[in-house]
Design a protein around this ligand. Sequence first.
Ligand SMILES: NC(=O)c1ccc[n+]([C@@H]2O[C@H](COP(=O)([O-])OP(=O)(O)OC[C@H]3O[C@@H](n4cnc5c(N)ncnc54)[C@H](O)[C@@H]3O)[C@@H](O)[C@H]2O)c1
Length: 247
Amino acid sequence: MQTHKNRVAVVSGAAKGIGQELAIQLAQRGAALALLDIADLSQTCALIEEVGGKAIAIHCDVSQEADWIAAGELVKNQYGRCDILVNNAGIYPNVHFDDLEFKTWRRTFEINLDSMFLSAKVFVPMLRANGWGRIVNVSSTSIVTNAVGVSHYMATKMGVIGFTRGLANDLGKDFITVNTLAPALTATPGTSHIPDAVRDGIVNLQAFKRMAVPNDMVGPMLFLTSEDAQFVTGQVLAVDGGMMKTC
Ligand SMILES: NC(=O)c1ccc[n+]([C@@H]2O[C@H](COP(=O)([O-])OP(=O)(O)OC[C@H]3O[C@@H](n4cnc5c(N)ncnc54)[C@H](O)[C@@H]3O)[C@@H](O)[C@H]2O)c1
């Protein structure tokens, strides 16, 4: 299904994990991709080529304003437009508060939260020029768990929700939607070190008693970035196998 045909999508953190899976499936649905990461993007590019898609790889540290400005120029030169921005890159160093240093706190904020502001500054004008746009910012359902060693991470991921809601209000006049996707613990290279007992404790809070995989996140992201989500903005979509129950 070519649900994203003729769309240009920017996905950060696309070298692996959730971002890689999303990028491949956006390409399968007809979008042209700009892949951003500090890691090597050649595997994602090859997988996109395999499914007949189109992608450019951009080395971008999402915490750096200059990198976002350069990425914006590259996207403009290559595609002439941007329709979809997915802020997926993130880090989750596990450090108990007793050992947490300010530099780790700051770095987590720079990558997980400053990046949302910096990317919007660069890409919102391009979305606005289309009179159409979709922004998805990735948070985490860890914010409702009793996970230990992630106070700095939880702070950034709550910040993502606050920023997303405010940005959705500001961009309503432009008919640009801005939503948060909050994944549950998901099996990616970034979570491969998590002890079985911690994983089982989290999975046990879910209605579905299995750990999520990247593909579980993709369908909801495809929806939020599609035409079908035209009246959905400022929302948090928890993709967590039934852990959070809100109304
Ligand atoms: N995997 C989970 O259990 C889980 C749960 C909830 C939320 N999340 C969130 O989902 C997102 C993706 O998680 P994942 O598990 O796929 O991660 P991952 O660690 O497997 O991949 C993250 C990607 O982001 C890139 N990245 C890291 N720092 C960067 C920077 N400064 N600039 C550019 N790219 C950078 C990495 O190189 C990597 O390719 C993150 O925002 C994470 O916080 C993940």
